[in-house]
Write a protein that binds this ligand. Structure first.
Ligand SMILES: NC(=O)c1ccc[n+]([C@@H]2O[C@H](COP(=O)([O-])OP(=O)(O)OC[C@H]3O[C@@H](n4cnc5c(N)ncnc54)[C@H](O)[C@@H]3O)[C@@H](O)[C@H]2O)c1
Length: 276
């Protein structure tokens, strides 16, 4: 018996990093998992790993910011598995720059993936989360666990040099989270945010490693300039080390768990204590 038996979970951006770990952990706990990524190959690898371990997974690849994407992933999920319990808005990347040099494209691209897309995904999920929960309540059935997890960041909670666009979007999803918690709470649908600090993925590796993401015809360099990494003080993290993607994903499962049935509108900081 897993704590997510009979659950269907969508995780955007789950071909790599934190999302990939969350997909594997949800599947290991019994969930049917819908994997999405901009890049189909890593998404398929995660699905294959889940199936090899005896779990169930479906891949719906594609850019989450495309206007038809939310309807597409929701309809494929319902066709394959018949319902949705948990939506994890995780997909994203960083496109850093000091505010005096930041272009409109840079600003809009980051708002689009980290703030507008979570809003559109939640809106598209309305029939399967809000409306189904409402009907269940009205017919006095035992309610299923239904919730949304929006991924935020310490950059949103505290601001961060070079990340005006990202900080704006990641704080925006905190407001979105609280609003959905208030709008859908009456039907028992929970909405929480999980804010990560310094998690060891390609987003926090040295920019000089050369990782890039291709989005809407633009190549964006990922990572943090080595000179900033050299001056990074891990002592500002009480646990004195970066978190692993596994540890970060566990924060998502914690908030999605039926054990969190009375927690909504909350932002869980998975930061090793950074920023307290
Ligand atoms: N790593 C950290 O320290 C950290 C800290 C705070 C918040 N976060 C957030 O956690 C989430 C996951 O990041 P990660 O660190 O695992 O990074 P990652 O790059 O390892 O994984 C993110 C995945 O999202 C996918 N993706 C990006 N844009 C997409 C799009 N438009 N459509 C579909 N897929 C897309 C990427 O291809 C990638 O596989 C992001 O929202 C990120 O902002 C990360």
């Amino acid at each position: 018996m897993g704590q997510f038996d009979n659950h269907v979970v969508i995780i955007t951006g789950s071909g790599r990093g934190i999302g990939a770990e969350a997909a594997k952990q949800f599947a290991a706990e019994g969930a049917k998992v819908v994997i999405n990524d901009l890049n189909p190959e890593p998404a398929q690898e995660v699905a294959n790993a889940i199936k090899t371990a005896g779990g169930e997974a479906l891949v719906v690849a594609g850019d989450v910011t495309a206007s038809d994407f939310p309807e597409r992933i929701l309809s494929q999920t319902i066709k394959a598995y018949g319902k949705l319990n948990i939506l994890v808005n995780n997909a994203g990347f960083t496109w850093d720059g000091m505010v005096h040099k930041m272009t409109d494209d840079q600003w809009e691209a980051i708002l689009s993936v980290h703030a507008t897309t979570p809003f559109r995904m939640i809106r598209a999920a309305t029939p399967y989360l809000r409306d189904t929960a409402k009907a269940e309540l009205e017919s006095r059935q035992v309610p299923e666990n239904r919730c949304i997890i929006n991924v935020s960041s310490t950059s949103g909670l505290h601001g961060n040099i070079g990340q005006a666009n990202y900080a704006f979007a990641k704080m925006g999803v905190v407001g979105l989270t609280k609003t959905i918690a208030k709008e859908w709470g009456a039907f028992g649908v929970r909405c929480n945010a999980v804010a990560f600090g310094f998690i060891d993925t390609r987003l926090t590796q040295s920019k000089e490693a050369g990782e890039v993401i291709e989005v809407a015809g633009t190549t964006v360099a990922l990572g943090i300039p080595q000179k900033l990494i050299d001056t990074r003080n891990e002592r500002s993290i009480p646990l004195n080390r970066p978190g692993s993607p596994k540890e970060a994903a566990a924060g998502i499962l914690l908030m999605a768990s039926p054990m969190a049935s009375y927690i909504t509108g909350h932002t869980l900081e998975v930061t090793g204590g950074m920023g307290i």
